[in-house]
Write a protein that binds this ligand. Structure first.
Ligand SMILES: [Zn+2]
Length: 319
């Protein structure tokens, strides 16, 4: 599952490739799961919108969309341009009997926006959550459409932005305003960080994973940051000193930033390629190293379960 650093890497790659582009038309597949907003609404909001920015909020990819102001040729009939986008529902979707027969002819869409010239919907956000196996691909339209493609956005630059997700835990939605909840771990300051955690009687590990407090610190990065800060995962948050909180926050930011840097060189793997390239990983010091010697003191790394999640720590280095 992509974690915050992977999502940040993907977002940087997307921002480089699609900022400033215009979505000409939208095709959405017939599987209902990936669509968190109604298909018609997504198609109407996206078609003819200008991609003003792409950024990350927690583990959500946020496309800021604005009406496209590029002047359109005057309508030949002399009538006013339609105010809203129209979408057409494709004929009842046919089952793809032969899965190998992919490509455009085999695509049966739920909704395909029309190519009417017109003004686009008001400014909004297109939100993509990759779930477990979601992937965004920016590519040439003649690149074969992979299995499990759920959305295709045709861009004015001639390329396509595709959403592919075999397991369908990913989600697509459009909203007028977006609140991802929680605080951004890379941006929060120490005072706010301490205020969030110091009253909590829960293990610090559970608190770090609580998305209402911090958004996007996953299991691996929580374990790694706690190891570097010398704090046991089961330690109650309320017993941690201000000095330890300062170190913990610094280590959280460092672990996330290291992972982002490590992923920087593999941006193209996420965004452009058609393969199943794995996610980059920071070299783990404790996560997944149960029984192996601590890299600092050689004590065997322990694994415990906190709130249903595996937690790894060194019993000597972490107090
Ligand atoms: Zn150790």
């Amino acid at each position: 599952m992509p974690e915050l650093p992977e999502v940040e890497t993907i977002v940087r790659g997307l921002a480089e490739r699609v900022t400033g582009d215009v979505i000409e038309s939208v095709w959405l597949g017939k599987k209902p799961e990936p669509l968190k907003s109604p298909a018609q609404q997504i198609a109407a909001a996206l078609a003819h919108s200008h991609i003003a920015a792409v950024h990350r909020m927690g583990k959500h990819i946020v496309f800021d969309l604005e009406p496209n102001h590029v002047p359109l040729p005057p309508p030949s009939s002399g009538q006013a341009l339609p105010k809203t986008e129209e979408t057409t529902v494709a004929n009842p979707p046919l089952l793809m009997k032969n899965r190998s027969r992919r490509g455009r002819a085999a695509l049966q869409g739920r909704v395909e926006s029309t190519k009417l010239k017109g003004t686009s919907a008001p400014a909004c956000h297109f939100i993509v959550h990759l779930g477990m196996t979601g992937r965004l691909q920016v590519c040439n339209p003649n690149l074969e459409i992979p299995k499990h493609t759920h959305a295709i956005l045709k861009l004015a630059s001639g390329r396509e932005l595709r959403f592919i997700d075999p397991r369908r835990f990913g989600r697509l939605s459009v909203v007028q305003s977006f609140d991802a909840g929680g605080n951004e771990p890379l941006e929060i300051d120490l005072e706010k960080f301490i205020a969030l955690f110091r009253e909590r009687k829960t293990p610090i590990k559970s608190a770090l994973l609580n998305q209402k407090l911090l958004r996007g610190v996953g299991n691996i990065y929580a374990d790694e940051a706690l190891f570097r800060a010398g704090i046991r995962p089961r330690r109650r948050a309320s017993t941690i000193t201000s000095g330890q909180f300062a170190r913990l926050l610094a280590e959280i930011k460092e672990v996330l930033n290291e992972a982002i840097v490590a992923g920087g060189s593999s941006i193209s793997d996420y965004v452009d390629s058609d393969g199943e390239e794995g996610l980059f990983q920071l070299e783990h010091r404790v996560y997944g190293r149960e029984g192996k010697p601590c890299l600092t003191c050689k004590s065997p790394i322990k694994r415990i379960v906190i709130a249903g999640r595996s937690s790894h720590y060194c019993p000597t280095c972490q107090k």
